[in-house]
Every structure is written in structure tokens, then in C-alpha cells.
Design a protein. Structure first.
Length: 312
């Protein structure tokens, strides 16, 4: 299990040092592996992923979908960092030399380089401050909050769609309201995300960077939400398109900036808020988490997606 978190006075991050006094250089680890007799059993994929993270430092960045916000137990004040976020679960599997959690609920892309505040109160330091020259792994989920005008981000859009449903219950009033606004917001996010990735590489040239996508917040089949979500069938389809565009933007930006995209939409499809077995909770959550956010099972599935990517 991860060690207890130590609060950083400057950055607001949670840092876990597992082997800070016995940090073997990666070169020595590689030499030891080369010196192992050929008769030694080949490592399993899980062992391979663990070996990839062992001896290096891991930094988790991003918004509430990276923080596992609202899933007990939480820390980090208003950042609502969960001890069962995908980052914490990945760290528990990899056992890195150190793990720093700089994620924070309500973070937008600007939070990578600027302190995050709420009502003028500093909530979290610039997240990129957690990235150091010796950082070997970075995970990042961010951009969804830039779709909305409030700190709720994509949830803000869903709530707007819910209110608009009363004006045209058989149409797509939310799509008609936003028109191309959300597309323009995504277009504006892409270069800022690209800049963030470039800054990560500049600060930690040897780091492997994973951009972790958003899960199945709305279903493929809008009809499954009838009577379960106060949004028209037409707008459920519209929101699924927006979610797809968000993930596509993140994937394209990652590919163009020496990062790897991790798809978490596919492994959570069929377990959306309108499903019989939701891993992403509805507007009124049945399990502890924020509305339209992954529950503990959803975070575990997302962690598995990250680990599977590292094993490739």
C-alpha cells in the first residue's frame, strides 16, 4: 500500500516517497537485468509494467477525472484527491521511487502553469511545478473543464442540456443552443494542451508522458437514458459526439507532442451513468463520487488501461 502523504508547503501536492533513500540509477537496474542468467523466467506483462516504473519518479497531473474526486478517502482540500484515483492505483502497482499527486478538481489547462484559486483562495500550485528533471513518468487528464464556463466543465454543459430539455423535450435544444461553440472551445484548448506537453518534456526530458482520456460519461445508445437522465435523446447523442471530439483532440495533441494517448472511453463503454452497472455515476450519484464521474470501479478500470499501455 502507498505510504502516507506528505504535504508540500509550496505546491499543494501530495508526495509519496517509497525508496527515496535507496534510489538505484536506471543504468544499474538495466545492467543487473542484462547480467541475469538466460534461464531466468521471462517477466509477465504485470511484472514488465512494474519494472518500467520501479526506480523512477511518477507525477500525476490533471482535473477531477484524474484526481478521482469525491471517492473516499480524499485529501488536498478542495482538490478532492482520492486515494483510489487511477494515479494512486497505478503507483501502487508500479511502486515508483516517488509518487507526486498534483491533480485537482476543477482544474483547467491553465492550471498546469498557473496557481488554481477559488474565491481568491489558493487551492493548488501550478501543477507543472511537480515535474522535475528526474521525473520518469507523467500521467495527465485535462481539457474537459475548458468546455464549460464554470469550474464544472463538461458537467456544466450537461446541466445546461438538462435545463434546456424542458424547452423542446423531443428535439435537441442543447445542440441548437451551443451550435459550434463547444467545437471552438476545443480548438482553443488544443494548442494550450500542446504547450503543456512541451513544457513537461522540457522539464523532464526522459519522462514517458501519458495523456489519459475521458471515460464513457454518456452512452452510445441515447435510448438507454430515457427516464434516467433529464436530457433529450437528441442531446444525449450530441453530448456523446462532444465527448468523442474531446478525446480525439487529446489523442491528436498527444501524438503530435511525443506523448501516448490512453483510451478509457472504450473500456468503460456499457457502464455509463444510464447503464445497469454504472462505473461512471449519474447526476445523482449512487456511490461516493462527483456527478458524472467515475466511481471506485471506474477508476480501477482506468488504472488498468494506463498499465496496459505501459506494458506495450
Amino acid at each position: 500500500m502507498p505510504r502516507a502523504a506528505t504535504r508540500s508547503k509550496n505546491s499543494g501536492t501530495d508526495t509519496h516517497d517509497g525508496t527515496s533513500r535507496r534510489r538505484w540509477p536506471a543504468l544499474l537496474t538495466g545492467c543487473a537485468l542484462l547480467a541475469t542468467p538466460l534461464t531466468t523466467a521471462v517477466a509477465t506483462p504485470a511484472q514488465a509494467a512494474a519494472q518500467a516504473g520501479s526506480g523512477t519518479s511518477y507525477v500525476a497531473l490533471g482535473d477531477s477525472y484524474a484526481a478521482g474526486a469525491g471517492i473516499p478517502a480524499v485529501s488536498g482540500g478542495l482538490c478532492l484527491r482520492s486515494d483510489r484515483s487511477y494515479g494512486r492505483l497505478v503507483a501502487a502497482n508500479l511502486k515508483p521511487a516517488s509518487y507526486t499527486d498534483a491533480t485537482c478538481a476543477a482544474a483547467k489547462v491553465g492550471a498546469l502553469t498557473t496557481a488554481q484559486t477559488d474565491a481568491g483562495i489558493r487551492v493548488n500550485g501550478p501543477q507543472l511545478d511537480a515535474v522535475k528533471p528526474d521525473t520518469g513518468l507523467v500521467t495527465l487528464t485535462i481539457g474537459g473543464n475548458n468546455l464549460g464556463t464554470s469550474d464544472l466543465g463538461f458537467v456544466d454543459v450537461v446541466l445546461a442540456c438538462s435545463g434546456l430539455a424542458l424547452t423542446n423535450p423531443f428535439g435537441a435544444p442543447c445542440r441548437d443552443f451551443y451550435k459550434d461553440t463547444l467545437t471552438k472551445r476545443l480548438d482553443a484548448v488544443a494548442p494550450r494542451l500542446a504547450d503543456g506537453l512541451k513544457r513537461i518534456h522540457a522539464k523532464a526530458p526522459g519522462a514517458k508522458v501519458l495523456v489519459v482520456g475521458y471515460p464513457s460519461v454518456v452512452p452510445d445508445d441515447p435510448r438507454t437514458c430515457l427516464g434516467k437522465m433529464p436530457i433529450t435523446t437528441g442531446d444525449i447523442g450530441y453530448l456523446r459526439t462532444v465527448l468523442g471530439d474531446l478525446n480525439k483532440m487529446a489523442a491528436r495533441t498527444a501524438a503530435a507532442n511525443d506523448a501516448t494517448f490512453v483510451d478509457t472511453l472504450t473500456p468503460t463503454t456499457g457502464h455509463d451513468p444510464c447503464s445497469a452497472d454504472p462505473w461512471i455515476e449519474p447526476l445523482i450519484p449512487g456511490k461516493p463520487t462527483l456527478p458524472l464521474h467515475p466511481n471506485a470501479t471506474g477508476e480501477r478500470v482506468r488504472a488498468d488501461a494506463v498499465l496496459n499501455t505501459l506494458r506495450r
